[in-house]
Ligand binder design. Sequence first.
Ligand SMILES: Nc1ncnc2c1ncn2[C@@H]1O[C@H](COP(=O)(O)OP(=O)(O)OP(=O)(O)O)[C@@H](O)[C@H]1O
Ligand SMILES: [Mg+2]
Length: 254
Amino acid sequence: MAFFKKRYQTGRDGLSTETMLQGARLITAAEPKNPVSEQFRTIRTNIDFASVAKGNVKTLLVSSALPSEGKSTLTANLAVVYAQQGKKVLLVDTDLRRPTVATTFGITDNHGLTNYLADAKSEVGSIIHHTRMNTLDVIVSGPVPPNPAELLASGRMTALIGDLRQQYDLVIFDVPPFLMVTDAQVLMSKMDGVAVVVSGGQTTKNALKRTAEMLKLSEAPVIGFIYNDRNRKKKSDNGYGYGYGYGYGYGDAK
Ligand SMILES: Nc1ncnc2c1ncn2[C@@H]1O[C@H](COP(=O)(O)OP(=O)(O)OP(=O)(O)O)[C@@H](O)[C@H]1O
Ligand SMILES: [Mg+2]
């Protein structure tokens, strides 16, 4: 198991390391008028609708069944489109195993979440990094710890989430896949909302079924599924090929 996890972290399993090494593509910041950016704005609108139904979702966890399904790309672009709307947004890199946020936002100081969680004297302000966008802040992962799930399960993490939800309109958490490690499950009960990325041609029926069962058993506050249509490549996508669409409208994982 330990060997398997190590391979999962380093991408030696044939997993994509593009976003870890080069950052997620921020098409919404680079090309706000691109149709793909419009798709991210549509996802934002749908999350807003679901949020109203659920009762003001301020903390949102985003994950998927398996690795490399587009979570980090989605969460980073979602954070950008919320900030473009004037909302005070925080993106937290809670994927302590395959972190991306520091690279995506060009933050060279990797002082982040794990430093805070491991040091009781550390202050929240010391791990908040501002970005070039006025209302968008991020927390990077910090050094990869030996015990990510334990750190995320700690009372200090619960207190931090409570603290952050006071300071921001929306806090988005990018977390590891549901079926690989327990990190997402550990965090779910502490969140107002959970969104699940499903990747076209990639997420298997079985993986989705197991994820839905797990979400139901944990009584996760699911607000919707986000479909990453990665096969939809159009010229207008400028080579990005992101065909994100959104399917939602239920609270029960069936
Ligand atoms: N719709 C898409 N079209 C083309 N490429 C995509 C699409 N969505 C994601 N990708 C690519 O797939 C790879 C994995 O994406 P990303 O890192 O966002 O996934 P992830 O779910 O966060 O992965 P991990 O499990 O490692 O955290 C990246 O190289 C990204 O650019
Ligand atoms: Mg990721």
